[in-house]
Design a protein around this ligand. Structure first.
Ligand code: HEM
Length: 301
């Protein structure tokens, strides 16, 4: 099936026709792909996440989506997330005391994404990242049909994003692209608002106490907004989060900047299989149990 045919039935999305306990994933899998199977849920998440990453590639669509790899502006601040993904910054956590440079666009880049695939092959950084994103955002949206893959990545998004030292504008831009991608497929403003609020509350804050997102992984530190521009979370537990610093540029060509590269920060790609360092202060007992934030909101639809 050509990607461009997926959203043909968009106008037919009729919220009242859905069972009350249908998740956002159930609702839009049915609306756009008819059968609410695990395979179709995965197709929906592939369409959504690929669009978040590279911008629109399906037609018709309801609005333009630049995608997170494109430079943009958020609340008047210029944002450029590409160097975190192409190895331009030594910002990936592979367990050491500083970040390392990894190219996550190492298996075809945008091209396989335009064909509704995560990557050309199945053993690359790109494959691992993209499939983990399908699984994670699928879990957030309530994809639970048999066959939809469980999230197989790290539980603490604070640990995963630890060496990126992200700002409120960077995280806000990412979430905005998620929202734009969703509306481009016909997700209603109300549903987008639910998802956006959950993402902003769980991830776009500083120092939040451990929170459950993936039930099987329990309560984990999830704040990925780290610098001084970030809102402090309610019941902030900053002591549980290590100090931050801006990641070093790793390769001036890839970073698209004239600054010199910093070889001492580790410019070489590391395998993606090694674990991010966990935080010693992680107080799983704080257990705010905001787990169901999105799930509860979704169930209320
Ligand atoms: C709502 C906000 C976000 C969520 C929920 C989120 C979620 C995730 C997840 C689930 C992974 C996969 C982790 C794994 O494979 O174990 C990941 C990886 C990654 N994310 Fe995010 N992310 C968010 C925002 C951002 C932002 C703003 C950036 C900015 C550049 C970013 C950059 C990355 C990168 C570079 C990776 C690969 C990390 C690695 O494997 O070392 N993310 N993210």
């Amino acid at each position: 099936m050509r990607p461009s045919t997926f959203v043909a039935g968009l106008a037919a999305v009729a919220a009242p026709a859905f069972a009350q306990n249908a998740s956002i994933c159930d609702k839009y899998t049915t609306a756009l792909l008819k059968e609410n199977t695990g395979a179709n849920q995965l197709t929906l998440l592939t369409l959504l996440v690929n669009t978040v990453v590279i911008g629109n590639y399906t037609k018709p669509n309801m609005n333009a989506v630049p995608g997170i790899l494109a430079k943009g502006t958020y609340n008047g601040t210029e944002v450029n997330l590409l160097p975190y993904f192409n190895g331009g910054l030594a910002s990936s956590n592979r367990g050491g005391s500083s970040g390392v440079s990894i190219n996550f666009l190492d298996d075809g880049g945008a091209v396989p994404l335009t064909m509704n695939m995560p990557s050309n092959g199945t053993s690359s950084n790109q494959y691992k990242l993209m499939t983990h994103l399908y699984q994670y955002f699928g879990a957030l949206l309530g994809c639970s049909a048999t066959g939809f893959p469980s999230y197989a990545g790290f539980g603490s998004q604070a640990a995963v994003h630890r060496f990126m030292d992200l700002s409120a504008a960077e995280v806000g831009y990412f979430i905005q692209q998620v929202a734009l991608a969703a509306t481009s497929f016909g997700v209603t403003a109300d549903d987008v608002a639910v998802v956006g609020k959950a993402l902003n509350t769980i991830f776009n804050v500083r120092c939040a106490p451990p929170t459950t997102v993936i039930p099987a992984q329990g309560a984990q530190l999830q704040s990925i907004c780290q610098d001084e521009t970030c809102l402090l979370a309610p019941m902030a537990t900053c002591a549980a989060y290590p100090a931050t610093m801006k990641p070093a540029k790793s390769n001036s060509t890839m970073a698209g900047s004239t600054a010199s590269s910093n070889s001492t920060m580790g410019g070489s790609a590391a395998p993606t299989s090694s674990k991010p360092a966990s935080y010693s202060g992680a107080a799983a007992k704080v257990g705010a149990g905001a787990a169901g934030l999105l799930a509860a909101a979704v169930l209320a639809l």
